[in-house]
Design a protein around this ligand. Structure first.
Ligand code: ARG
Length: 461
């Protein structure tokens, strides 16, 4: 007979369709090693509460070691009759240590507090892996910024040419967002580092078991304050689903830029062959599939967040079986990011920027107009007047089909009596970029400082 955990009050086993609906081992088997770690910790507190003898504890731990090895080697796997990972591993334990001793381990715990704890453990490890993968992307962006200290490009708003910036400044903007994603995962971990183990089904244990000891054993900062909350809440899952969705969205913004920058029209960047794909019909094609999959999968990560929130909405306290639906979206978000992050890092490390083409387009679209206005402000002209005069100079240059730096002295003077030929000192991309030297600005020295601080911070993690 299958080792169901709740057979006693039932005259028959579940209907086939009931069992098929209920089964979760095809996804929650990922929690197996965490479940066994929980069982070891639980055995120790049972022993400390005099519910296992020294000898029983030793035999229990030895059997759990064998079970862990068999799970790792694939010698022990869940069967169709095992409802979930916890049930399957209980069967595995009973098979190895016998039902008399094996049957003692369930005292004082429930699958409700088990699964709430193990899911936190799995996610905490996953968050560290995702953070490490994200830092690799940060490193790739930082390396490209360091390799191109003087490369200028048109900075954009509304995708229109706005003001010249350094390529490094733009790349580090993405890096800053990713570093915040890592920060968010770390902040999340501090809130999630509390163990529900020992909460039982919801009300806590009557057996003198110490939740703090289990928590410490499993690497948590302490036990949860409230056993009902501990078994019923999944805001930790929703919160990391948001962190992962936000990361996906930030990655998709990088991806979108790669897609645009590698078009023939832009040609700001060329993908390395190892990080691009071809077309089955068009021999010339080199497609940015890494970037497109990133953009596409970000939608999936958002869906995983919104789906989970909808699952959690309006569930009464405490545990409900709806909560079994919490795991697949998170497993998926993590697994998708573990595929994406190394590919994005590789793509960004090896992408070649056409810095000449970028620099040539940097002044196009009159990106130096703000420099004229701000030069006038430094001569004491009110900004409102300066903005008008600079706009006038754009109108005249556009009408004549020349750049702002090509306007004659007379044309400049006609825009404003204050517009003397000296304004031409700022009418170069280099002059404009180096004039923006406030903290966080695009001047080369400021971008270099920003890069140094970012590198120090990411290496500190
Ligand atoms: N497999 C369930 C889950 O993932 C845990 C089992 C709790 N089941 C129950 N009937 N109390 O949430």
């Amino acid at each position: 007979a299958p080792a169901r955990l709740w057979g006693g009050r039932f005259a028959s086993g579940p209907a086939e369709a009931m069992a098929a609906l209920s089964a979760s081992t095809h996804f929650d088997w990922r929690l197996a090693s965490y479940d066994i770690a929980g069982s070891r910790a639980h055995a120790r507190v049972l022993h400390r509460a005099n519910l296992l003898t020294d000898d029983e504890l030793a035999r229990m731990l030895a059997a759990l070691d064998v079970l862990a090895a068999d799970v790792a080697s694939g010698a022990f796997t869940p069967t169709i009759a095992d409802e979930d990972v916890h049930t399957a591993l209980e069967r595995g334990l009973l098979e190895r240590v016998g039902t008399d001793l094996g049957g003692k381990l369930r005292a004082g715990r429930s699958r409700n507090d088990q699964v709430a704890t193990l899911f936190r453990m799995w996610l905490r490890d996953a968050a560290r892996r995702v953070a490490a993968g994200t830092l690799d992307v940060v490193d790739a962006l930082a390396a490209q910024a360091a390799a191109h200290p003087d490369a200028a490009m048109p900075g954009r708003t509304h995708l229109q040419h706005a003001q010249p910036v350094l390529l490094g400044h733009q790349l580090l903007a993405h890096a800053q967002a990713l570093l915040r994603d890592v920060d968010r995962l770390r902040d999340w971990d501090a809130r999630t580092a509390f163990s529900p183990y020992g909460s039982g089904a919801l009300a806590g244990s009557s057996l003198g078991l110490d939740p703090a000891a289990v928590a410490a054993d499993l690497g948590f900062d302490g036990p949860v304050e409230n056993s009902i909350d501990g078994t019923a809440s999944r805001d930790f899952a929703a919160e990391i689903a948001f962190c992962l969705a936000m990361l996906g969205v930030n990655l998709s913004r990088i991806a979108e830029e790669v897609i645009i920058w590698t078009t023939s029209e832009f040609h700001y960047a060329v993908l390395d062959d190892a990080w691009a794909t071809g077309s089955s019909i068009m021999p010339q094609k080199k497609n940015p599939d890494v970037a497109e999959l990133t953009r596409g999968k970000s939608g999936r990560l958002i869906g995983n967040l919104t789906g989970l929130l909808a699952t959690l909405k309006a569930q009464p306290l405490a545990y409900n079986r709806d909560l079994q639906e919490d795991k697949e979206p998170l497993f998926d978000s993590v697994e998708q990011l573990e595929l994406l992050l190394p590919a994005i890092a590789g793509m960004l490390e090896t992408i070649r920027y056409d810095t000449e083409r970028m620099a040539a387009s940097a002044p196009a679209g009159f990106t130096l107009a703000t420099d004229i206005a701000e030069w006038l402000v430094r001569q004491g002209v009110p900004f409102r007047v300066a903005h008008e005069a600079a706009g006038d100079s754009v109108r005249r240059a556009e009408a004549r089909g020349v750049g702002l730096d090509e306007l004659t002295d007379e044309e400049l003077a006609a825009c404003s009596p204050h517009l003397t030929p000296e304004v031409r000192t700022v009418l170069t991309v280099q002059g404009s970029i180096s004039s923006r030297d406030a903290y966080g600005g695009t001047a080369p020295a400021r971008v270099a400082e920003q890069l140094a601080r970012l590198t120090a911070k990411s290496q500190d993690y």
